[in-house]
Design a binder for this molecule. Sequence first.
Ligand code: AGP
Length: 598
Amino acid sequence: MCGIVGYIGKRDSVNILINGLHKLEYRGYDSAGICVLDNENLSLVKEQGQIEALVSRLSSRPISGAIGIAHTRWATHGEPSERNAHPHMDCHGDIAIVHNGIIENYQSLKKLLQDEGHKIVSQTDSEIFAHLVEKFYQGDLEQAVRSALQLVEGAYGLAVLHRQERKIIAARRGSPLILGLGLGEMYIASDVPAILQHTKEIVYLDDNELAEVTADGYNIKNLSGQVVDKNIEHIKWSVEELEKKGYKHFMLKEIFEQPEAIANTLRGRVKNGQIKLSLNLPKKIQRIIISACGTSWHSGLIGKYLLESLSGIITEVDYASEFRYRQPLIGPEDLLIVISQSGETADTLGALREAKARGAHTLGIVNVVGSTISREVESGIYLHAGPEIGVASTKAFSCQVTALLVLALFLRQESGRELDQDLLSELDKLSEYINKSLEQDQVAQEIADKFKAVKNFLYLGRGLNFPVALEGALKLKEISYIHAEGYPAAEIKHGPIALVDKKMPVVFLASKSHLSPKLISNMQEIKARGGIIISVTNNQEEEVAKQSDYVLTVPQVRDELSPIINVIPLQLLAYHIADLRGLDVDKPRNLAKSVTVE
Ligand code: AGP
């Protein structure tokens, strides 16, 4: 997601816009830009890198104007660069736009515009919009923007300037956009923190609404031009509270962002019973090797189950740090899939380069657009999960598993086999299921309070939920510093069960599946030795409830979706234990968000 700020009024806009961008850095920060209007002249400055890079560019090239728009970018199409930074302009420099979201049909619109002679200079989907407004502009900017929006499919938050009109047009569909009301001045922003120091009177635009904003006020219409009346909200939060949207830590915010993040991962990729991915893959894939680190390695383990069961292709999973040094037997008939939230993990990058050197095809599942791994793979699937600030990965994990499921379905489809339409319609409800799991937050906090002082935890799961047990244990370890071990539930009796005593909490991933009867006997083995059982289950199995001392209830979903649903209470449990222990949840000791060293 990106950050947008706009200002129109009696003061110079530059400092107002730059300060606003700083408040939105949590939304993305790989490049930034500003465009101001003064005497029918648009001045544009943009720079790759954090906002400070833009500030130093402005000190050597000062601009000023009482109307302006600005943008901090979280790349979705086209790597971070000055050329791809926003604002984008039309062919003649009369129009400037900033955009947050994804224009799904930008390729077809780009062709339409290029066939009409427009010069598209960036790799982004957003620039298309500046040329669409140019195409329809006949002296009325609001009308031109509305006409352009009729052609656009996908999500947008937009602010648009024309050098001959003293106004800003703002429009929203799927990406947040608000108006801030001042005296003789008006503000536009992606989120409240950007403008809270100037005003607490806010109007929230809703989807398919468009605002014409001048220094004296605003006028809101829907896409068919009818005027829309909106309430003015009075904001009570402080800026600090707002950056984390009122959550105490970024990690908790990112746990609760998962419904939206998953929707963004799926956006445009599951349509009319088909999977839509544009990948450059070989016709025949003999074998898939997944290579990653940490949480991404856990999602890779789930990917193995999904890829083998849905696409029928043999799939192995390797720690990247092991793969790259074991003289891997991999070649042109194989596909290496690297999974990395940051796209910069040194071991994963090393595995990628080793596989390429041996002739393998490569595919990346990455969150950070334009990251090194995303630029070195042959093709890829971006998560579009938005920035993940907390060191402990949460929304990236669930989006990685979602992307792997979509990929497995795509490979199945490409091999000419039927897609299970029930599974596709369940995918549509995934965000809703995650919201149900998030309702366990209070229960997770109560359980966390009982176990915040223990020294050890065991996490047990079977099948697709064995990697979820590993992930739950990692979450707890890395932010609470309590030792925790994930294990295949059946394996426990081959040694680790010796650890079980009356002080040992054992978390079971126990949602109903064809393995439930086996799992219940594993629970009985633990119970018989006095272990304390915490179950993540959907209450379909009385026996599970009977064996459990504590229950975290999740919705009943198909096996393929259960890892995404079951991991949520484990993220919340780990978060609350760490928070109750008074630890720095977002920045745990010894850890970095991206391990760019071996
Ligand atoms: C997960 O919570 C950890 N922060 C860590 O294991 C992380 O998943 C690992 O370093 C891989 O990072 P990447 O996904 O950015 O490659």
